[in-house]
Design a binder for this molecule. Structure first.
Ligand SMILES: Cc1ncc(COP(=O)(O)O)c(C=O)c1O
Length: 398
């Protein structure tokens, strides 16, 4: 932290830009080589309940099951309203039978706290929250309670390192929001009773739909427990007290976008051609290593995630640790971070790299499987340059 860039000598402007500057954490970069041609075979202008449309939806679900290694006795369905829709379907249908422990360490996890405690008012609900950068004490999860958590906190760049803290002998259900983790981090199915995600994260698919995956214990809960609160039609996955199996066999609750289905199918086929989910995990972690090495060698930037074991390799959140920046007030630090991300954006070196609006000021880069490593490598000199520029301006204004 001693190498403070002098105002008179900003880093020189690099000559080569990343071929693809899309580092946004959602929607994320499309897969390499994607063009609208990939959608030519979409089942457009047809009913989503027609034979060909259902065949597409089923194929998408089957490929997702294959690539994610979802056990045969877990149900998979497509929902409206993206990952939020899928998570809320789980919360609204399953909770209320026992106390709930909600763990939150990013903006989205905190939304689920609001759902469980303020909206559903589940009796005996407890929340365990941590500031951006840390994990709450997961050992507090009671095996007799239901547990709601986010595998990867997209806005803090903090993920759970594993699921060792979830009891194999649990009586409650685990409900895991795995958006920005699914396809990039292995998911231990026996520990997870409900998993949700959306297509616009690691798959780089078009946004609109969520995916909900229900294990046998979640299905047993659905069929034995009737929540005390109303369940809007868009969230209804039971019929006459039984699981509505059709919803998990390609019969969506309401009209889905067949264009988005085609796009998800294209992404899955690409993933399969690359070697499947394990190849996606490897691509992601190789991208992460490039940035991690640079952060370790660079005195003015650090990970928001304090414990290396919890650092997300998909949504990487960075903070400025330059003492001159840390000496600024909150507004000044936010302006500095905004200036750096603004320069990257203006130059077309990295688009949408500002930290999430509720997160501490800094930078955030999506490094999931659709991002090419050479683009992460090409980004590094631009980061040096943008920081140097912003730092010179800061010095000049002092
Ligand atoms: C961890 C997590 N949960 C939920 C959401 C909300 O997702 P969606 O916009 O797909 O509803 C996001 C979005 O980035 C997320 O990162």
């Amino acid at each position: 932290m001693t190498n403070i860039t002098p105002a008179s000598a900003p880093f020189s402007k690099p000559s080569q830009k990343p071929d693809d500057p899309r580092f946004s954490s959602g929607p994320t970069a499309k897969r390499p080589g994607w063009s609208v041609k990939a959608l030519e075979d979409a089942c457009l202008g047809r009913s989503h309940r027609s034979g060909p449309a259902k065949a597409k939806i089923r194929k998408t679900l089957e490929l997702m099951r294959e690539l994610l290694g979802v056990p045969g006795d877990y149900r998979m369905g497509i929902t409206a309203a993206s990952d939020t829709g899928a998570v809320e379907i789980a919360l609204w249908n399953l909770l209320g039978a026992r106390p709930v422990d909600v763990f939150a360490w990013d903006a989205f996890g905190k939304d689920w706290v609001v759902d469980v405690i303020d909206q559903l008012k589940v009796p005996d609900a407890r929340s365990f929250e941590a500031r951006h950068g840390a994990l709450p004490d997961l050992s507090k999860a009671s095996p007799t309670h239901d547990v709601v958590f986010t595998w990867n906190g997209t806005t803090s760049g903090v993920r759970v390192p594993d699921a060792g803290w979830i009891s194999d002998a649990r009586e409650g259900l685990t409900i895991c929001d795995a958006t920005s983790a699914a396809f990039a981090m292995p998911l231990p199915w026996p520990k997870l009773d409900v998993v949700t995600f959306s297509w616009q994260k690691v798959l780089g698919g078009e946004a609109q739909h969520g995916v909900i995956i229900l294990g046998p214990r979640a299905v047993a809960r659905l069929e034995s427990h009737k929540p005390d609160w109303p369940i809007p039609k868009i969230y209804r996955i039971t019929k006459k007290g039984r699981l509505d199996e059709a919803v998990f066999q390609g019969d969506v609750i309401n009209t889905c976008s067949l264009l988005c289905v085609e796009d998800a199918l294209d992404a899955l086929q690409w993933l399969k051609s690359m070697g499947g989910a394990s190849a996606a995990v490897t691509r992601t972690s190789e991208n992460f290593k490039v940035l991690e090495r640079w952060v370790e060698e660079t005195p003015w930037i650090t990970f928001l995630a304090r414990d290396p074991a919890t650092r997300s390799p998909t949504s990487v959140c960075l903070s400025f640790c330059d003492p001159d920046v840390l000496a600024l007030n909150e507004e000044g630090r936010a302006a500095f971070a905004k200036r750096v991300s603004g320069l990257l954006d203006k130059e077309g070196a990295a688009l949408d790299a500002a930290s999430y609006r509720d997160a501490p000021p800094g930078l955030r880069f999506w490094l999931g499987a659709t991002v090419e490593r050479k683009n992460v490598e090409a980004l590094l000199p631009w980061l040096e340059w943008a920081y140097g520029q912003a730092k010179s301006e800061l010095r000049a204004a002092a």
